[in-house]
Every structure is written in C-alpha cells, then in structure tokens.
Design a protein around this ligand. Structure first.
Ligand code: NAD
Ligand code: USQ
Length: 390
C-alpha cells in the first residue's frame, strides 16, 4: 500500500514510517520541521540525539534496502498539500503533523493562535486535497483522548447513544478538553466528520492517550534511526519526563494531588494501532473513532512506578500549573483496536527500566533548567515570558 505519513520527522511519525516501510508498504513522509524549530525557540533539545530527516532516510535505505521519500513542506500551504497528494497518490494518509503540546498552546495568545491555525488549517487543506483528488484515500488522523476531558460518566469510542425526551440518537460524544491544543483536535474531529458526511470521505480518528517509550524494533537498528526523547516542561510527556527526572536526581514533578488519570500506551503499540487502522479501512463516507490506549494510570501511580525502580527517587507535589481535575472518575472504552487484533505491550518494569537506562546513557545532555513547568493555564501572559523577564 502507498502510505503518506504526515509529521514523519516527529517523535511518533518517524518510527511509524520505519515500521510501515519494513512491513513492505511504499512510504513517503511530509514535514516542515516545525518541531525542530520549537526546540530552538525554547532552548531545549531531544535527550537522545536525532539526525536530519535526510540522514535518517539514507541510513534506513542502507540498512533495510527500503526507500522512504521525503516531501518537505507545510500543511498550511494548500498548493503544497495538493501537489504532494498528486505526486505520491497515496492509498492512505497517516496524519501526525500538528503542534501537539498542551503547555505550548497555553503559553500566550500567539501560541494558542498558532496552534489552532496550524492544526485546523493543515487538516482542512488535507480534507480539500483528498476530496478533490481521490475520495477513496483513507485518512488516519491522530486525535487525542484529552478531547473528551474527564466527565463523570464512562467515555465511549467517539459516539454515545442518548435518549432525550423519549427519543433516541447516536451522537458524537461530548467534548470538554483541557487546553487550546486539545481544542484544536476537537475542531479537527468536527471538520473531518463533516467532510465524511458531505463528500463521502473515509476516515479513522485515533483518539490516542499519552505515549511513553522511545525505542522501537526499527529505531534500535542504528543510532541514526533514533526518534526524539522530550523531557522538558513543555514537550516532555509524563512517564518519559519522570524517567529523566529520576536519573538526574530531580524530584518527580507530580502536579497537584496526582489523581489525574490518563489512558496511556507504549510507543510500539502506536505503530501497531496505526497499521491496524490502515489495513482495515472504514466504508466510504464513514467517520469512525478508535480510543487508542491500552491502560489507565493516575500521575501518582506513574511516579510511584518510576520511583520504585530508582533508589533514592523522590516524588514532589507541585501546585498544578494546569486547570484540570486532580481527582476524578475515569473509565474509557478501548475495545475497537483490540477487536482488530492489537496485542498490547503493557507497562512493565522492563519498559520503565529501558527508559531509565536510555536516560542514564544521555544524562549529560539534560538541560536541568528545562525540567520545571513554566506555563500556567491561569495566566494569559505566560509564566514562560514572565520567567524570562526575571
Ligand atoms: P511531534 O511534534 O514530535 O511530531 C509532529 C511532527 O509534525 C513534527 O515533526 C512537526 O515538525 C510536524 N508538523 C507540525 N506542523 C506541521 C505542518 N503544518 N506541516 C508539516 N509538518 C508539521 O509530535 P508527536 O509526539 O510525534 O505526535 C504526533 C501526533 O500524535 C500529534 O498530532 C499529536 O497530537 C498526536 N498524539 C501524540 C501523543 C504523544 O504522547 N506524543 C499522544 C496522543 C496523540
Ligand atoms: N503531569 C504531571 N507532571 C508532569 C507532567 C505532566 O503531573 O511533570 C500531568 C499533567 O498535569 C496531566 C498528565 O500528567 O494531567 C499528562 O500530561 P502530559 O504532559 O504527559 O500529556 P498531555 O499534556 O495530556 O499531552 C500528551 C501529548 C499530546 C496528546 C496527549 C494525549 O503531548 O499530544 O494529545 O498526551 S491525552 O493526554 O490523552 O490527551
């Protein structure tokens, strides 16, 4: 199958491109290197060194014999999107190419506007290009479990049956996300659903939980193939951050009470889920939603798991810089990918030990000042700029 991976230079897009290529698919990647730009903006860097996209692709071809074609450009540029689809003529498009950090989107007005313009415009351009070129192309879009928020009822996979005043309907599940980034995903979901209804497009929205891990079978084949490892207060996700914090003797930064519960998954399961979605496309006109996570943990549980494996690790409870429930009901359905055959890698000690040993190998590259959270949801002019001024 010809598969176009958008955001193919990123944390998840790159290993997904390698995995699909190794499985024999004809893979091309699109990226504008915005993610590398945020590193320059924030003065941070991936813990594990990463090579340029071109070097990664050369090394992959040397090792595997498979070619991955790069398209360098921006999804907010409609002509670029149309040209890329016309040139590569994909059967499926896997769309990772968005600004994906909640704290980044909450820095200030400019970062909120950038996030929503980048994400919503890029996806709209893509929907138009698919509609104009070939409505058979299957769009596999990365959404987020955070779109749902933390309602006091069970979370379903995209849709919920509601009885109202004696009448019944199956409607999109209500969304109460917790950041302007997460809101951009909700806006995308509505736009994609609408495009399926009016133009007969086919799409899978993968509402993914928080990903942990850094190594996959393919990235481990050569150091040039490594994917990024973010640990800073803006882009680092919780378990990956805690592993680095433990290794550099920084207390594990649990925000608030730590009862915030999230669906999580191993990076290797992201690859498998994406392939399962691609290989089992929905019908023409169908918009379907899969909740893509394998287990739920509270932030406190995650911290305790890491601390148990690193003697001397301390857990600290910081005032929560976000506005979120710190203690809440959480039960989310996630059976559709299991029904398609997903065999999850559950969170074991060896997975955490692998992260700890990667963190230890590169601990000299850790920028300690980047660890503390700097963005506060309650401030409209961020503490990031505030911290810079002082
Ligand atoms: P990432 O930032 O590492 O990768 C995204 C890539 O997209 C980057 O390489 C970036 O340069 C590129 N990009 C951004 N805007 C672009 C544009 N306008 N045109 C072209 N390229 C653009 O992020 P990631 O962690 O790999 O996440 C990928 C996707 O998965 C995101 O959509 C994210 O919301 C979703 N997701 C991630 C996680 C996670 O824990 N990392 C969890 C759930 C969902
Ligand atoms: N948290 C801490 N301490 C930390 C870091 C985070 O307590 O040092 C808490 C946060 O307050 C939050 C939870 O851990 O309650 C998860 O935070 P996170 O930064 O690991 O993840 P999040 O901001 O939710 O975003 C990440 C990805 C995003 C994706 C999302 C999936 O960056 O792209 O959409 O996970 S989900 O969480 O399901 O929405």
């Amino acid at each position: 199958m010809r598969i176009l991976v958008l955001g193919g230079d990123g944390y998840l897009g790159w290993p997904v491109a390698l995995y699909l290529s190794r499985k024999g698919h004809d893979v091309a990647v699109v990226d504008n290197f915005a993610r590398r730009g945020y590193d320059f903006e924030m003065g941070v860097d991936s813990l594990v060194p990463i090579k340029s996209l071109q070097q990664r692709i050369r090394t992959w071809e040397e090792i595997s014999g498979y070619k991955i074609h790069p398209y360098v450009g921006d999804l907010t540029d409609a002509a670029f999107v149309q040209g890329t689809l016309a040139d590569f003529a994909p059967h499926a498009i896997v769309h990772f190419a968005e600004q994906r950090s909640a704290p980044y989107s909450m820095i200030d007005r400019a970062h909120a506007v950038y996030t929503q313009v980048n994400n919503v415009t890029g996806t709209l351009n893509l929907l138009y290009a698919i509609a104009e070129q070939d409505t058979d192309i299957h769009l596999v879009k990365l959404g987020s479990m955070g779109e749902y928020g933390t309602p006091n009822i069970d979370i379903e996979e995209g849709f919920i049956e509601i009885t109202h005043k004696g009448r019944k309907d199956v409607l999109p599940y209500p969304k109460q996300p917790g950041s302007f980034y997460h809101l951009s995903k909700v806006h995308d979901s509505h736009n994609i659903h609408f495009a399926c209804r009016i133009w007969g497009l086919r799409s899978t929205d993968l509402n993914q939980g928080v990903v942990y891990g850094q190594e996959t079978e393919e990235t481990a084949l050569h150091p040039d193939l490594a994917t990024r490892y973010d640990y800073d207060g803006i882009f680092g996700t919780v378990l990956n951050r805690f592993a680095v914090q433990a290794v550099v003797n920084h207390p594990l930064t649990v925000y608030g009470k730590g009862g915030q519960t999230r669906g999580m998954l191993d990076i290797r399961d992201t690859l498998a889920c994406v392939e399962l979605a691609v290989l089992n496309p929905p019908a023409a006109g169908e918009y379907r939603v899969f909740n893509q996570f394998t287990e739920s943990f509270s932030v406190q549980q995650v911290a305790e798991k890491v601390a148990a494996l690193w003697p001397g690790a301390e857990i600290v409870h910081l005032e929560d810089p976000r506005v979120e429930e710190e203690d809440h009901y959480y039960r989310a359905a996630h059976t559709k990918l299991l029904d398609l055959g997903l065999v999850p890698h559950l969170l074991s000690d060896s997975v955490i030990e692998n992260l700890l040993s990667t963190a230890e190998r590169y601990k000299d590259r850790v920028i300690r000042e980047a660890i503390e959270p700097t963005v506060n949801w309650r401030r409209t002019a961020s503490s990031f700029h505030y911290a810079r001024r002082n």
